[in-house]
Design a protein around this ligand. Sequence first.
Ligand code: UDP
Length: 411
Amino acid sequence: MSVAPAALDKATLGLHPLDQYEPLIGAATADRIFKKADRVRGAHVIHVNSTFYGGGVTEILTPLTLMMNAIGIETGWRQIQGTPAFFNCTKKLHNTLQGEKLEFTEAEKAVYEQVVFENATRLHLAGCDAVVIHDPQPLPLIAHFDDRKMPWLWQCHIDLSTPHPAVWNYLRGFVDQYDAAVFSLPEYAQDLEIVQRFITPAINPFSAKNAELSEREIDDCLSVHRIPTDRPLVTQISRFDRWKDPMGVIEAFRKAREREDCTLVLLGNTASDDPEGDVILETIRNSIDQRVIVLTVDDPLLVNALQRRAAVVLQKSTREGFGLTVTEAMWKGAAVIGGNVGGIRLQIQDGENGFLVDNVDQAADRIVQLLRDPKLRRRIGAQARETVREKFLMSRLLEDWLDLLAGYRRP
Ligand code: UDP
């Protein structure tokens, strides 16, 4: 049965087969990746996470699952369901894994484990060759599949540099039941009984969020959203989350504006599995003025236009598993100032392809420096784009997954 009108080819439909990457990565690399798929072709892989909407995991799984299917690996994507109480618990797990010192109570463990049990009951995996579970929300699923015939991998996308020990010890009981844990950076390695692998995230350069735009298209998009362009734009595009430090961004912007006039645009969304976004948004809204614009529209084209037009893109996180917003902006040749943490440090070499900052004052100084020096912005931006082309495109992520899955194929 045909599911699409005949006139639409696979690239138009967004399937993004590997050949599309060839002009960016070269024929030899594309060929090598294609050959690696031979070892895994025909396998049936299931990814499980807790949202189809919002946040970096969705951003990765959307192109990854499509590319895997395009290259011949049957790849499915399931979502667990949960109550608001469940997502409050899992957000607490997220926060404590990123270092917050809170107790995860016995009552919270009961809610968490009960909802995951219910999801396990509905998760039928017959015929599956590998299961990839993402982040803490569905982590305990494994406890309900005693008779496992396929490898189970747990991929954690969170900044695990300083997890709260008590919470990590509790979760570790589940993690050690897996065949392997996959983290975004080697520095997130933990004391575990199982194999640990490291796969850094990547972006899809052909998505609406990252594809080329003409100056005219950028102008039109900014005008539709009433973003004034009479002064240089400074922007941060992020989920409304405390670890992204939106209040620190506003403070740095205010200090910078005392020296150079500019407009700040904070564009944000909330993920459907993140209950804290509204509270953070409220705090931001209480402290804005006419030069601080806060937008909550869900529009990948606007993300694209802002990252291309802004004189400075900030990602002033205080914890960051990886930071796809940094990659996206760097791909567009933007001058990015990032918090000196987690995955941002892996992407930005300070002074080469962006700037790293440890506090509000440093961020303010870098904003001013970049606003005053267009040549510096161009040099940094060109280097940034090259970094992403070399290291952070989906073709590389696909290759990492092929390597990992091939290790589990029977000869
Ligand atoms: N994003 C978006 N609209 C927004 C805010 C964020 O589309 O208003 C996207 C952003 O472009 C990126 C993803 O959400 O693709 C966030 O991924 P990241 O790794 O930066 O952070 P996470 O939310 O996973 O912590």
